[in-house]
Design a protein around this ligand. Structure first.
Ligand SMILES: Cc1cc2nc3c(=O)[nH]c(=O)nc-3n(C[C@H](O)[C@H](O)[C@H](O)COP(=O)(O)O)c2cc1C
Length: 187
């Protein structure tokens, strides 16, 4: 059976990471289940000029974030992992408190309760204490907090290289075979 990955996109800056990740998951043979918040749609359009339809065309199944009765709202729907890319502080807060106020945060809640891998690509700067406490809470619950912070020791020269490096590391964390994270082999 094709492994299923849930991808959530929220209204933080960094839409380019989301699109790159969707394309790589597809290339890696994953079945993509996508849920994009309204603020996520706003941001993807602002940053990349893509509308909801174009974004959802990159997934196998796309859900309405209000559809809390969808398959990914239940732990009985077998998925491999979930990633929220980028993850706003609002969605982080919802996940950290098990609030499940929409399909995206419910799917994350399910991923945690089923002890599956959840990667949150949180994005804000600077952080206030609520942000930091919520990151601690989700880490205690088993999620991986992965802010898209570039590394420069591979000397990237384009934004694309920076994005690719981050996305490959996330794919590796999601357990995707064929992920190509750059490794540091010493000076
Ligand atoms: C252009 C733009 C950029 C934003 N960037 C961020 C961000 O980097 N991090 C963040 O937490 N919120 C950011 N926000 C605010 C969120 O979009 C807002 O809190 C929203 O309610 C999040 O809802 P969601 O988590 O359901 O997508 C941004 C909003 C806009 C319009």
């Amino acid at each position: 059976m094709t492994p299923k990955v849930v991808v959530g996109i929220t209204g933080a800056t960094g839409a380019v990471y989301a699109v790159r990740l969707l394309k790589r998951l597809k290339a890696a043979g994953r079945e993509i289940h996508l849920v994009v918040s309204p603020a996520g749609v706003l941001n993807v359009h602002h940053e990349l000029g893509l509308d909801r339809k174009a974004l959802e065309a990159l997934a196998d199944v796309a859900y309405n974030p209000a559809d809390v009765g969808a398959a990914i709202a239940s732990g009985s729907f077998a998925t491999e992992a979930m990633v929220v890319v980028p993850c706003s502080m609002k969605s982080l807060a919802s996940i950290a408190h098990g609030f499940s106020d929409n399909l995206l945060s419910r799917a994350a809640d399910v991923t945690l309760k089923e002890r599956r891998r959840l990667v949150l690509m949180v994005r804000e700067t600077p952080f206030n204490l609520a942000h930091l406490r919520n990151m601690t809470a989700v880490t205690e619950m088993g999620a991986v907090v992965f802010p898209p912070l570039p590394a420069f020791y591979h000397r990237p020269t384009t934004i694309e290289e920076i994005v690719e490096d981050t996305v490959e590391r996330v794919l590796s964390l999601l357990g995707v075979n064929g992920a190509r994270p750059k490794s540091w082999n010493g000076l």
